[in-house]
Design a protein around this ligand. Sequence first.
Ligand code: WTA
Length: 631
Amino acid sequence: MDLRIKSYQEYQEKYQKSTEDPEGFWDDIAKQFVWQKPYDKVCEWEFETPDVKWFLNGQLNITENCLDRHLERRGNKLALIWEPNDPKEAFVRYTYRELHDKVCAFANGLKNKGIKKGDRVVIYMPMIPELTIAVLACARIGAVHSVVFAGFSANAMADRINDAQAKMVITADGLNRGTKQVPLKRVVNEALRACESVETVVVYNCINWSPEMIEGRDFWWNDVISGMSTVCPAEPMKSEDMLFILYTSGSTGKPKGVVHTCGGYMVYAAYSFQNVFQYTESDVYWCTADIGWITGHTYIVYGPMLSGATTMMFEGVPTYPDAGRFWQVCDKHGVNLFYTAPTAIRALMGHGDDHVLSYSLDSLKVLGTVGEPINEEAWNWYRVHVGKERCPIVDTWWQTETGGIMISGLGDLSPQKAAHAGYPLPGIQPVLLDQDGKEINENGVEGYLCIKHPWPSILRTTYGDHERCKNTYFSHYEGYYFTGDGAKRDENGMYRIIGRVDDVINVSGHRFGTAEIEDAINHNKMVVESAVVGYPHDVKGQGIYAYIVCENLPKDVELAKGEIIETVVERIGKIAKPEKIQFVSGLPKTRSGKIMRRILRKVAEGEPDKLGDTSTLLDPEVVEEIVEGAL
Ligand code: WTA
């Protein structure tokens, strides 16, 4: 299944066809997949309810496309390379045949434990091959997987389990990360005290730790697969049956469960993977993301495996045992296509050039970035030191909700410009809107980034709350999907993503709603009120700055900060720790009681001279105090 566009001219032709005849365009692509029953209509949609359906009345199983279809020609080809945290430990490699057998055996184990089509299964695991196996095994039997990043706390996990009403949790005793070990099963045990829906827990032995196991509820992975057949028929799924739920933060309330369905997600994952990375059959591909995020779903597991590619999973961190680890691993496995985050690039830049200069990196062909805007300095460093000025950089813009890459270069086919994601993929129709929701048609402009026509992997709903999906994405501008991002379009029509225009902070490429962090902080008993904003951070892109009002200003400020951080770690996880905490006696509010975040943002950004109009404030003195005490 070669879905690759092979020249820039072909891109332009395909792009035009995709806007003139979207159904014909996607039909040509979709019919190359394995369908148990062909679809009879390509697309039906309206953005008001919203109601979007792709490949109607078709029937398929994504794992037949990821595994079975490759067995004949690629049975002995490597599907997965796993590189452990500790470079001295042996790596693991599975062929497509081996992976198929492991997925089927585990799928049979899941069925044996009572999991059926439509049941929700939460997966909370280290970056080990069993995570991929668990994801595919769920898809095999039609269970809906919801992977929760293993850095989230027990509370955060419990929220997700309860929202999804999950019947099972798949986890490990613990995980290795650099020099540390984290006891995952302990976190699961704590979370499950608040979850009634979970009947079974499957635990993989990863670090030889003996966690507390509850009789009748908890089972070891090896016992679950023991005696299981490696034959497991792929459950017939309708195109619009749910494939997975992935929780992500928005500007209001708790994280929401973004829902992706089988047919459209499959088609777009493979199409975007092959085109953006200009993937060819012999390539070794490595995406350094965690499968707990959408990038890992689409571009470690599904996109590459649908394409019959060799995909790599890495258990560790970029700086262990030293800041040359990524490059050492690239040389060791002959990685051709490499996909990482700007925050990792900036962190490694900070460790000096020697680490990267000691490796040849000859095998690299295409470099990618994702998750946040990449600054020119990091882009140049990546291009010169990693890509040796030979490899194109694809700066890929997309979101959990879009399921796949939307705006990006296509390998070496497209023109490149530092810090610019570039042009939309075929089938994607971005527009910039002004304040009034009018389309801006010229170039050399800036506006709110929206998408005009659905693409196969657009989110279908937010789990259990369709109204929220409508309000978040389809109500701001009638007839458009609203991304929450602001963007510029240069004179040549290339897009540059500026960042979020809503109350979402992007820390190291991870999204957090300010309301979500404030809610966590407010759980601390000494806190009366808090307001959180993002500020520019050299490595993380954005850092979290929290303004906190306590009943009395704390006597020992450092101690109080420590307690606040502890509360956030407990409620969400270490990844959401505020970098800066300023205790204040009040927050700037309008007369109607609304917090003026614009002011707090300017102070956090170090621009207190640009506060703008403060005359509508209830208590202007608060602002002086905040500016004086700024960190
Ligand atoms: C941001 C990650 C600039 C953006 C795949 C988006 C980017 C949010 C880029 C989605 C990029 C992602 N350039 N900004 N190349 N890629 N973003 O859901 O603000 O974790 O809305 O998906 O990350 O984050 P999410």
